[in-house]
Design a protein around this ligand. Structure first.
Ligand SMILES: Nc1nc2c(c(=O)[nH]1)N[C@H]1C(S)=C(S)[C@@H](COP(=O)(O)O)O[C@H]1N2
Ligand SMILES: [Mo]
Length: 245
């Protein structure tokens, strides 16, 4: 298979899986970022193995399982309370009108988005399971904007390889590669089970990365940095960086 037909295939794969708002953005981004598997030999070597990234975009198994509305957990376990400190309390008292999601780094149009702005974009929903590495889990409906859409809007540059993301909670940060960042189920979420995202679950904003363990779904999200290297973004804590299931 040559590079061009592989590109078509990847775009077709994205098209088949992406939701309405993720579709156009993801298709474009597959081109921009060359989610074309690097080859083991020459660029045009036939029959080389698809990389993990392409595979994850193409195969059915690359989608996190989605559930029926009837399977939504009636009492989901919230792992945390509001972040400590005045900054969060003030934002909360103002109904989070002052909350901003900054998108910066390797982007041509840095963004600073309010929750209302995010709500004005085409929204998508997923009913997926959040699985904690400690052994508990729950199923919920998450609504928000596919991260791919936001990265497209921000004009993420062709050298982008990762998205580092940050929480208002001190020390809260993590990162994912572009395959996960552009994946149609990776959402910036502002609602859960049809309501505003509760504080205990990371309100007003959290990243949802349903193909990886719960700790990748960072709560109180307020900054995204597109980058070509994780050198200056040391992985947090003792958990493994890639927590795919
Ligand atoms: N900011 C922040 N995000 C976080 C955490 C946290 O402590 N702080 N815990 C992580 C872990 S370990 C899990 S399992 C999930 C729990 O999500 P929940 O509180 O909605 O159940 O959030 C993840 N995101
Ligand atoms: Mo967790």
């Amino acid at each position: 298979m040559n590079v061009v037909s592989r590109r078509k295939l990847i775009k077709a794969g994205l098209g088949a899986t992406a939701g309405l708002s993720g579709l156009a953005a993801a298709g474009k981004l597959a081109d921009v970022y060359g989610l074309i598997p690097p080859t083991t030999g020459s660029l045009y070597a036939p029959g080389e193995t698809l990389t993990y990234a392409a595979q994850r975009l193409l195969t059915r198994n690359s989608m996190a399982r989605e559930f029926a509305a009837a399977e939504i957990s009636t009492s989901p376990f919230a792992n945390s309370k509001a972040p400590d400190g005045e900054e969060y309390a003030k934002l909360q008292a103002a109904g989070f009108s002052g909350w901003r999601l900054r998108i910066e780094g390797a982007v041509s149009r840095p963004q600073s988005l309010s929750i209302d702005q995010l709500r004005s974009y085409p929204s998508s929903s997923q009913i997926t399971q959040l699985i904690c590495e400690e052994g508990w889990s729950f199923i919920a409906k998450w609504t928000g904007v596919p991260l791919a859409f936001l990265l497209e809007r921000a004009g993420a540059l062709p050298n982008a390889r990762y998205v580092a993301y940050f929480s208002l909670e001190s020390g809260g940060s993590d990162s994912i590669d572009m395959a996960d960042a552009l994946h149609p189920q990776t959402f910036v979420t502002y609602a859960m089970n049809g309501r505003e995202l509760p504080v205990g679950h990371g309100g007003p904003l959290r990243l949802r990365v349903p193909r990886q363990l719960g700790y990748k779904s960072l709560k109180f999200l307020n900054r995204l940095v597109v980058t070509d290297s994780l050198k200056s973004f040391a992985p947090q804590g003792e958990y493994s960086w890639y927590a795919g299931m």
